[in-house]
Design a protein around this ligand. Sequence first.
Ligand SMILES: *Cc1c(COP(=O)(O)O)cnc(C)c1O
Ligand SMILES: [Zn+2]
Length: 425
Amino acid sequence: MQTVASASSPTVDLGPATALSCRECGHRVPLGPVFACEECFGPLEIAYDFSAYDTEELRRRIEAGPANIWRYAPLLPVPADVAGKPNLNPGWTELVKADNLARELGVTGGLYVKDDSGNPTHSFKDRVVAQALEAARAFGFTTLSCSSTGNLAGAVGAAAARAGLRSCVFIPHDLEQAKVVMAAVYGGELVGIEGNYDDVNRFCSELIGDSAGEGWGFVNVNLRPYYAEGSKTLAYEICEQLGWRLPDQIVVPIASGSQLTKIDKGLRELISLGLVEDRPYRIFGAQAEGCSPVSTAFKAGPDVVRPQKPNTIAKSLAIGNPADGPYVLDIARRTGGAVEDVTDQQVVDAIRLLARTEGIFAETAGGVTVGVTRKLIENGVLDPAKTTVVLNTGDGLKTLDAVAGTGLTATIRPTLDSFREAGLA
Ligand SMILES: *Cc1c(COP(=O)(O)O)cnc(C)c1O
Ligand SMILES: [Zn+2]
């Protein structure tokens, strides 16, 4: 496996990003398409130099920026002129004040849904792919690739099309029809692998080490340090949309756990930059019972996340061996949060609840976060008197099967009599 920096150049322009730094041992290497530490095999993260920023000037610069993630370009591993390059310009999605849902759940401290179904390919994945695309351009890759549970494949296909790159993406062969179509329609190559996501991921790691994968940027493998930073924009947006305030509690879905760990990183950056007040916040992780390696570990106590074989309708979260699982445990414990899971039936009920109360049609991952939020309130873990943000990371149109059976109230003849007979008058 290629783990040591090779293609890096000191002249790579990725804005404030200065190096890659090992999350475990702190070892530093130059910016390059690598993801694991050569000393200890720990994950590499982006290190930045934010020292020149003046808080109020930075705030003004962000507020004057475009209504997409590039308003935060000074805090991301992207060149300063990123907004002018061909990309999908995701982000700045709606933070919905969910008063109806709050009433149903008994939340009095303010409940918000961060609705990332509003992104260009209808999931949060456009945020992370946009960062990986800039890294791919910087390192001269000509093919964009990924292992995907569905949403990522569509986001990569679309971003590559916009940027004029080739794409070839890998998914488990049995995904939802809508996700398969969305991944294929942008004209790239789409390969179904006979196996689950963890098999797909293993295959991609092999491909990276092989000559067949030369010149390929795998957004969530060899470009993972860059990709992961895109999730910070969720934290930035939530705080800015709350009026530069931290939420008290935030409920985040877990697949690999990357999103949750980078939301925490984003919140800590805003605190250290002085853009928000330094006060406690709690991060909660949400999984489906049929793929709950992290919540199982959280409840059991030890720091070891045991892999599981996924079996759930929440396929976008169905990663049985989550790379960032141990870091999620750390963050949940450090912030006083928790990790919880819900059954597939509770996922479906939560999709319906969110749609009925707020007019938001979430994919199964959104059903997981709303369902877990409800459970955490019922169990007295989440404080209903505090400001709470729940993430909806995808669009219900991609997982229609979850709510199959939802349909016509009645079928009538086109006459008023028939309308009355059906009891609709
Ligand atoms: C990928 C994905 C997530 C989070 O994935 P992580 O691997 O934990 O970062 C959440 N929701 C949806 C809909 C996704 O597609
Ligand atoms: Zn290391």
